[in-house]
Design a protein around this ligand. Structure first.
Ligand code: 3AM
Length: 186
């Protein structure tokens, strides 16, 4: 586990979630899709490039980020590949789908198991792998888009802090867990 922001990892309640960060290439492909949506006249709250991620578990307001980091440290996984796979929606939230074999679901399951074992509350809704591209689009139907053929290897995941900024959400990595390693030093 690498800790990035120790000063933010304790004390008052903060909004937390666990996520896989995406490679520059995958983010560029997602921006390409967002560009196609914009080109089709879709307006709404597009996810900023730096906020594109895959949520593994949503914890919400919680006071002890250090305890969460400690729990996540117990997750063991091997690197796995993922690619993009079409688009879908949860009501007014449009997302890019993910093709990842069992690796991603296995990782989410393990993350959630570790949180549960440490009595850290999280949203128990079934994991549905997605990357949010836009919220509150002003159209009902997703236009036809071409999904770029990109792939990346997931080598780690992070505990994220979510804060409301003047221009939208600001996500900050509090720590990261790497694949295939017993112990990590800074
Ligand atoms: O962008 P995605 O969908 O991956 O939607 C929020 C975002 O996920 C989700 O947590 C991620 C970081 O904010 N989220 C926010 N509030 C939530 C809630 N009350 C939530 N997920 C479940 N329950």
């Amino acid at each position: 586990m690498v800790y990035f922001c120790k000063q933010k990892a304790g004390g008052i309640d903060v909004r937390l979630f666990v996520a896989v960060d995406l490679s520059g290439e995958v983010k560029a492909a997602l921006e390409d899709i967002q560009g196609q949506l914009k080109g089709s006249g879709v307006h709404g709250r597009y996810t900023a490039r730096e906020n594109l991620h895959i949520t593994l578990a949503f914890i919400g307001e919680y006071g002890d980020a250090q305890a969460v980091l400690d729990a996540l440290e117990g997750v063991r996984f091997e690197p796995f590949g993922l690619g993009l796979d079409g688009m879908g929606s949860f009501g007014g939230l449009w997302w890019a789908g993910i093709r990842a074999g069992g690796g991603l679901k296995g990782l989410a399951a393990q993350v959630r198991r570790q949180l549960a074992m440490a009595n850290i509350p999280f949203d128990r809704k079934k994991f549905s792998p997605h990357i949010t591209l836009i919220r509150d689009p002003d159209k009902q139907v997703i236009p036809q888009v071409k999904i770029p053929d990109v792939k990346m290897t997931v080598e780690g995941f992070s505990l994220m802090l979510s804060e409301r900024g003047k221009r939208g959400m600001i996500y900050t990595e509090l720590g990261t867990v790497s694949a295939g390693k017993e112990e990590e030093t800074i």
